[in-house]
Design a protein around this ligand. Structure first.
Ligand code: OSB
Ligand code: MG
Length: 368
């Protein structure tokens, strides 16, 4: 697709989150991200972001692991014009794939949205709200988000913090599109408890059970009216097709990093459309670099529901790129510049960087 880059730089950044983000798998105070900068012979650059966090709590990937895999395997292969033979590590692979794609598209003067066949120049924003200790504070936050114009509110839930807060939000906001995300915190035996959510008119219940429980999700879906949405489970086009055909989900959360890249995401998009299943674009609290990819993806026709594609201000005081801004109608513009359409601001990068390392082609061996 593209000539190999002259060098690739890794940059790890840390940005404080405007509010601690608690899920059933832990609490995040900062966003730490590994960014990949592909540098062309011509001086053009392409950027990608690894969706992993500092710890492997959401999936097996984490930033230190991604850094080593990129530095020692993925990037050296790319510098030789090859793809490394690597299993898994979808988020790390996506970061490099996107950086190379961004470089290529910038050379061609083509936006990622055009490349993907996006049909919208604005996308609908939802917001994912973390677990709060106090329901009155949760209600205050939701009220603020509804006022800001978000088209859908998603509440993080876990056993012990599920029916009561969700019911309170539904009672205070009877007409707001609402969903919940359990991040795999429940067991199949909790089916009767989860079915009580059916009274709350939710758009979906996201990832109630463990990642590898395809059949158990299908059983659960048959036992409740609320659509089940899968996130963690859907790591490839193949497993997505199996989940949809089994009835394990009626809604798909698509995250480009989780599925291993833009090419895999396109295949999933097409098969989800073919099966007539609802879909929205997930998020991993990305900086502007990763956000640009999500927003371009969400402009494709198969994204039928508002995603976890929130404006930069939902996460950061100052994003590393020009901020993504949401209008009062709850929509956000899709970048239309070449490639992903945004670039890190050098000063912000310098201030937020924890470490940087440039990988160059190995000197040819003597006699080679
Ligand atoms: O399950 O969707 C998730 C953030 C980190 C890890 C997993 C998830 C999330 C979110 C936040 O819900 C979505 C966002 O605003 O980026
Ligand atoms: Mg989720």
């Amino acid at each position: 697709m593209t000539a190999s880059p002259a060098a690739v730089e890794l940059v790890e950044v840390r940005l404080p989150l405007v509010r601690a983000f608690r899920t059933s798998f832990g609490t995040q105070l900062d966003k730490e991200a590994v960014l990949v900068r592909a540098i062309g012979e011509d001086g053009l650059e392409g950027w990608g972001e690894c969706a992993s966090a500092g710890t492997p709590a959401y999936s097996e990937e984490w930033n230190d692991g991604a850094w080593l895999l990129l530095r020692d395997h993925l990037i050296p292969a790319a510098l030789r014009g090859k793809a490394a033979s690597v299993k898994g590590h979808h988020m790390a692979r996506t970061a490099l794939e996107v950086a190379l794609l961004d470089l290529h598209l910038r050379r061609e003067g083509v936006s990622l949205r055009e490349h993907l066949g996006g049909v919208r120049d604005r996308i609908e924003c939802g917001v994912s709200v973390g677990i709060e200790e106090r329901t009155d504070e949760l209600l205050e936050m939701v009220a603020r988000h509804v006022d800001e114009g978000y088209r859908r509110i998603k509440l993080k839930i876990e056993p012990g913090a599920d029916l009561e807060p969700t019911r309170a939000v539904r009672e205070a906001f009877p007409d707001t599109p609402l969903s919940v995300d359990a991040n795999a915190a429940y067991r199949p035996e909790d089916a009767d408890h989860l079915a009580e959510l059916d009274a709350l008119d939710l758009d979906y219940l996201e990832q109630p059970l463990a990642r590898d429980r395809l059949l158990a999700h299908a059983d659960l879906q048959r036992s409740m009216r609320t659509p089940v949405c899968l996130d963690e489970t859907l790591t490839s086009p193949a497993v997505t097709e199996e989940a949809v055909r089994l009835g394990a989900c009626r809604v798909v959360n698509l995250k480009v990093g989780r599925v291993g890249g833009v090419a895999a995401a396109r295949r999933i998009h097409d098969l989800v459309v073919e099966h007539g299943v609802g879909m929205w674009c997930g998020g991993m609290l990305e900086t502007g670099v990763g956000r640009a990819v999500n927003v371009a993806l969400a402009s494709m026709p198969g994204f039928t529901m508002p995603g976890d594609t929130s404006p930069s201000s939902r996460y950061f005081e100052r994003d590393i790129t020009e901020p993504f801004v949401m209008d009062a109608d709850g929509t956000m513009a899709v970048p239309d510049g070449p490639g992903i359409g945004v670039t890190p601001i050098p000063e912000v990068l310098a201030e937020t960087a924890l470490r940087r390392e440039t990988v160059r082609p190995a000197a040819p061996r003597r006699g080679a």
